[in-house]
Ligand binder design. Structure first.
Ligand code: CMP
Length: 228
């Protein structure tokens, strides 16, 4: 892959968008472009790993699997984003599986080069901390929902969070590309419960389903959750 292509891919990340060409070239020399087909594991929970990944294109699922084969999805990440930074900074085994849910391209950065990369772009360190902080907040919200609310409430919360993120990124409050099973694994419940809640919201005019797109009335859904 020519260096200029890697520089162009790095440039799509907000944290690198203000860098000069020579700094981008220095970073490009530290990363390796890799491709993962849909369904493949980029990271396996409990492995030892010393590489973090910048997701350049595609979507990954961060999830945990129980010994009986049940799945809890922690998050879905879309490009541009990053993952695999936790083992890099605390040298502990990988905290979760990261699985490509579409064909993905990543730029891999080895732990040996992290300090050098931060010297080139100090914003990288702040971005890593901000992401960790956002993920902890997300997990606190999930824990609160698990402890204090039932499965229907959790399904509504997942729909609200995904549709709000879509509205902020693309201006459309939609849940797209997630099956009812995937919504259920994010809410920690069964597919049947997720489907039942989504059909009830559709009957009440709070969401409209078109194929695999669920268009959400964010205000109405927030009111429903708050009144729950
Ligand atoms: P690491 O533990 O090295 O490998 C698995 C990665 O999954 C982890 O780093 C994080 O980058 C990512 N990860 C773990 N928990 C979450 C979460 N709740 N949301 C998003 N990403 C996560």
């Amino acid at each position: 892959m020519p260096q200029t292509d890697i520089i162009a891919k790095l440039h799509t990340f907000p944290m690198f968008s203000d860098l000069r060409e020579d700094d981008l070239a220095a970073l490009a020399a530290m990363v390796t472009l890799k491709q993962y087909p849909k369904g493949s594991f980029v990271i396996s929970q409990n492995d030892h790993g010393s590489v973090m990944y910048l997701l350049v294109s595609g979507r990954v699922k961060v999830s945990l699997a129980s010994p009986e084969g049940r799945e809890l999805a922690l998050n879905y990440l879309e490009a541009p984003s990053h993952f695999g930074e936790m083992s890099l900074v605390d040298a502990e085994p990988r905290s979760a599986d990261v699985i490509a849910v579409s064909d993905c391209e990543v730029l891999a950065l080895d732990a040996r080069d992290l300090s050098a990369a931060i010297q080139v772009q100090p914003k990288l360190a702040l971005t890593l901390i901000a992401t960790l902080s956002r993920r902890v907040r997300g997990l606190i919200g999930r824990l609160e929902d698990m402890a204090f609310h039932d499965a229907s409430h959790r399904v509504m919360r997942v729909i609200l969070n995904v549709a709000t993120a879509s509205y902020e990124a693309r201006g459309v409050p939609v849940v797209e590309g997630l099956t009812h099973y995937e919504v259920a694994t994010l809410a920690g419940t069964s597919r049947e419960t997720a489907s039942r809640v989504i059909s009830q919201l559709a009957k009440d005019g709070i969401v409209a389903t078109k194929g695999r797109r669920v268009i959400v009335d964010l205000f109405a859904l927030r009111d429903r959750i708050e009144g729950d």
